[in-house]
Ligand binder design. Structure first.
Ligand SMILES: NC(=O)c1ccc[n+]([C@@H]2O[C@H](COP(=O)([O-])OP(=O)(O)OC[C@H]3O[C@@H](n4cnc5c(N)ncnc54)[C@H](OP(=O)(O)O)[C@@H]3O)[C@@H](O)[C@H]2O)c1
Length: 234
């Protein structure tokens, strides 16, 4: 029965940045399908602080709550031309969007390997395919993450662990609500998307549920675009 393959009862899922936006919608979906979802945001553990990540995972381990499913969703982005991009801001984006993902993978791996079941899902961006001119650093961190997914996926595939990259296009969330509401910019963005509409956070939830569950057990090393066709050529 395919329906049963989506069941996540007994699984612990950590979704970073899951108090709002896409992360919240993914967390809600995994919860609806039976997972115990750990809600996370900057107050729970600031991913720009490597020591905070170590402490947070030590706490999870002590509580027997290391995740079976890790969704690395939280990210930061600054819109600044690359010629002026401050190095400290670039370091911070690298830390939150890439290094934190790598470290969290490492910290979940032993448990997943021992139980021969695990799911690592990173949330990428259509910027991997079409970098916004003022978000080159953000786009590069997302591309690095995608490459990491492919590198790790091949190695952990025999261990029942899948690793995938879920790539949103333009979603109406707090980070871009204001610019999408702009009477000139908003319609221009919609016109550029083949589906002529931007997405709502819950539009990413179905793909995440598939990747997190046994229904998606044969999908690994993949990048799944959830972008209304925005990354398509032409
Ligand atoms: N929205 C889009 O159009 C779009 C397009 C492509 C890709 N994406 C990707 O989709 C993911 C979710 O985007 P979104 O638009 O839903 O995000 P969002 O609405 O801006 O929410 C971001 C979430 O991440 C958390 N977060 C941010 N910085 C953090 C840090 N340093 N440490 C811990 N948590 C942190 C926030 O926590 P606080 O509430 O504490 O700030 C919040 O829960 C991101 O990876 C983004 O790059 C989004």
């Amino acid at each position: 029965m395919i329906r049963e393959k989506f069941d996540l009862s007994g699984k612990v899922a950590l979704v970073t940045g899951s108090t709002r936006g896409i992360g919240k919608a993914i967390g809600d979906a995994l919860e609806e399908y039976g997972a115990k979802v750990l809600r996370h945001n900057t107050k729970v553990c600031d991913l720009s602080d490597p020591a905070a990540i170590e402490a947070y995972f030590r706490g999870l381990e002590a509580d027997g709550m290391l995740p079976d499913i890790l969704v690395a969703n939280a990210s930061i982005q600054a819109k600044i031309p690359w010629t002026e991009f401050p190095m400290d801001e670039a370091q911070k984006e690298l830390q939150v969007n890439f290094l934190a993902t790598l470290r969290m993978f490492q910290l979940c791996y032993a448990k997943m390997k021992a139980q021969k079941w695990g799911r690592l899902i990173v949330v990428g961006s259509v910027n991997e395919r079409r970098p916004h001119p003022d978000m080159c650093v953000y786009a590069a961190t997302k591309s690095a993450q995608e490459n990491l997914v492919r590198g790790i996926a091949r190695q952990v595939a025999p261990e029942g662990i899948t690793v995938n990259n879920l790539c949103p296009g333009v979603f109406c969330t707090d980070r871009n609500k204001e610019c999408l509401a702009d009477p000139v910019y908003g319609p221009k963005v919609k016109a550029a998307i083949p589906m002529h509409d931007y997405a709502m956070p819950e539009d990413a939830a179905g793909a995440a549920l598939l990747l997190a569950s046994d229904a998606g057990r044969y999908i690994t090393g993949a990048t799944i675009m959830v972008d209304g066709g925005l990354s398509l050529p032409g």
